[in-house]
Write a protein that binds this ligand. Structure first.
Ligand SMILES: [Zn+2]
Length: 318
């Protein structure tokens, strides 16, 4: 009987092994589907969403920096550089956001679109010498906050300008690009109107964000960023900075503090515990929100901000 049993289990093991090997062989033999569509590579995920929506499915769009990584600290591997060479077009944010990649992009300037240059943001700042455009922290290069993709107004202008560039570079897709562009202009304008109207109903919208990622969004809607946990992205706050933030939290009766999925959450947790704050999440790059379009990403962050102003009891965790 014992012998029968061990023979049976030996057979079962053999069957499982054969099935596994056959399965693996099948997987290995499956022909890879080659994607022959022209490739556009964007530096960060939000521009992948934006460009894909403009050009439609006939063009492949990939983000170089994965949305779970911070573009401020990410470094490229050799395979990433290959995708820069494979691409017909590169779309970057500029303003020093993609610090580690500046050289690689400059070498490929013939196929490069820098969205901040398209919007002439640096020129504008120089002409106006507008101190409100500059940031107080050492976060930005060129003295300007780089997180422009979170501003519906700037992105409305960007879509119009990108659309022209894309029609020139991909003339066979021009009709699709024009149709998508006009829909996106309407969508961005609608989101802008909606946020403006909801904002008007909030007396004093104040926030403490994890790093200074919502500068342009806050400027669009007169939201006051009272402080940031990290004054420079990726750099943990000092004890003195935490004390100063604590004072801001108390004075302004702040009810929630934000973390970001790309950043270490420990300092925000320390503040949340000490001051009984809700710990919420903003995601400037949109990985955790599962947004299919840039406006969904912007909208989902707005929803989270509203949640922070409606906090009765600080109990929500991301
Ligand atoms: Zn940032």
């Amino acid at each position: 009987m014992k012998n029968n049993c061990s023979q049976r289990s030996a057979w079962i093991r053999v069957i499982i092994m054969v099935t596994l090997i056959a399965g693996l062989a099948l997987l290995g033999c499956r022909p890879r589907v080659k994607d022959d569509r022209p490739l556009i590579v964007t530096s960060i995920h939000p521009y992948k969403l934006l460009i894909q929506e403009i050009v439609g499915d006939s063009i492949q769009v990939r983000s170089l920096i994965p949305p779970k990584a911070s573009p401020h600290t990410w470094t490229a591997k050799p395979a990433d550089m290959k995708s820069l060479d494979d691409a017909k077009l590169l779309v970057i944010n500029g303003l020093g956001l993609e610090t580690e990649l500046t050289g690689a992009f400059e070498e490929r300037s013939a196929k490069l679109i820098d969205v901040s240059k398209l919007l002439k943001l640096e020129d504008q700042a120089q002409v106006q010498a507008d101190s409100t455009l500059a940031v107080e922290t050492d976060h930005a290069h060129a003295g300007m906050n780089p997180h422009i993709w979170l501003s519906p107004q700037l992105m409305l202008r960007a879509v119009i300008m990108l659309s022209d560039e894309l029609q020139t570079r991909f003339p066979s897709q021009a009709a699709t690009i024009r149709a998508n562009t006009s829909r996106m202009i309407n969508d961005l304008a609608a989101v802008h109107r909606q946020i403006t109207s909801e904002r008007a109903a909030i007396a004093v919208p104040i926030l403490i964000t994890y790093h200074d990622s919502f500068h342009w969004f806050a400027k669009d809607y007169d939201v006051q960023i009272m402080g940031t946990v990290q004054s420079s992205p990726g750099q943990e706050p000092t004890a003195r900075e935490l004390t100063l933030l604590g004072a801001v939290i108390k004075t302004n009766k702040i009810k929630a503090i934000f973390v970001e999925p790309q950043m270490d959450k420990r300092s925000a947790k320390v503040l949340a515990d000490e001051f009984g704050l809700a710990l919420l999440e903003l995601d400037p790059l949109g990985q955790s929100h599962g947004s299919a379009r840039l406006i969904d990403l912007i909208w989902s962050n707005w929803e989270r901000m509203k949640l922070s102003w409606n906090q009765e009891k600080p109990s929500v965790k991301p």
